[in-house]
Design a protein around this ligand. Structure first.
Ligand code: SAM
Length: 261
């Protein structure tokens, strides 16, 4: 059952502990891991090429939310992939320690290599599940996910985990694709997203073909800004903001972890 924004938050169904994990695109965690393992080698190139380089700007915008963090602060990037949000975090808050976590070893393997190439110290990479983040409660000043939460097997549990590791008053940042509105741009973009992008993905990398069919399918099935904001609140976050980027094709969600009562 999907949580509709019109439902009172108290009525949001609690995910059953025994329910099988399946994300918005209908994939299990094992399928998601296998898909990203296949695409890892071409991931960065395809990302930048298919978004016309806009993905770099989106992560930079999210990272600006970290302004003011100090050497005493740690920041986590979940579903880090090859580490691009973690690097954007480090650039925006150079003093803070950045912890980058993902459950696909083939993706994470690129992180340290990229850090070395970028001569960027202070970003550590770890294998870990966003549904069981290997960090203590309230141990980071902020936690972010770029284009990852849609892939997680249980959205509400993922949001609760992000909220758990952030200290009271700290921020949770989520970047995610959304379906743009408008009578002209919306359908035009969805045509590109559904039909052209998978063809381009497959032409550039045969093994990535499935991933770029899954991308539009999962975005279509995933929560829009209103629903997502409600679910962030239900996860114990407050002051939720949803900022539309690039004509609403992506949203940046910014929320604050409530102080303990
Ligand atoms: C589309 S990539 C995004 C990578 C990166 N954040 C970026 O901005 O390019 C999604 C990543 O989420 C990871 N992922 C999906 N479910 C996960 C989970 N439950 N725990 C940790 N990582 C997960 C995948 O392994 C993959 O690397």
């Amino acid at each position: 059952m999907r949580y509709h924004p019109a439902m009172p938050e108290a009525a949001a169904p609690a995910p059953s502990a025994s329910a099988p994990l399946t994300n918005a695109g209908g994939k299990s965690p094992a399928e998601v891991r296998a898909m990203f393992a296949r695409v890892a080698r071409r991931y960065d190139f395809l990302n930048h090429f298919l978004s016309l380089g806009l993905d770099i700007r989106w992560r930079k915008r999210a990272a600006r939310e970290l302004a003011g963090l100090t050497a005493a602060d740690a920041v986590a990037d979940l579903c880090t992939g090859t580490g691009d949000l973690a690097f954007a975090f480090k650039r925006a808050a150079p003093e803070s320690k950045v912890i980058a976590i993902d459950f696909t070893p083939e993706m994470v393997a690129y992180g340290p290599k990229k850090a070395e190439r970028k001569r960027m110290a202070g970003v550590s990479f770890a294998i870990g599940d966003a549904l069981h983040i290997p960090l203590r409660d309230g141990s980071v000043a902020a936690a972010g996910v770029a284009f990852g939460i849609r892939n997680v097997g249980n959205l509400d549990a993922g949001l609760r985990e992000l909220a758990r590791v952030v200290r009271p008053g700290g921020k949770v940042l989520v970047l995610e694709f959304t379906k743009p509105g408008g009578w002209f741009f919306g359908p035009l973009y969805m045509f590109y997203f559904r039909w052209i992008l998978p063809l381009l993905g497959r032409a550039i990398s045969w093994t990535a073909g499935d991933a770029y069919r899954y991308l539009p399918q999962s975005v279509q099935a995933f929560a829009g800004p209103e629903e997502m904001s409600g679910r962030m609140r239900a996860a114990g976050l407050s002051d939720v903001r949803a900022e539309a980027l690039t004509f609403g094709t992506v949203h940046l969600y910014v929320a604050v972890k409530q102080n303990a009562p």
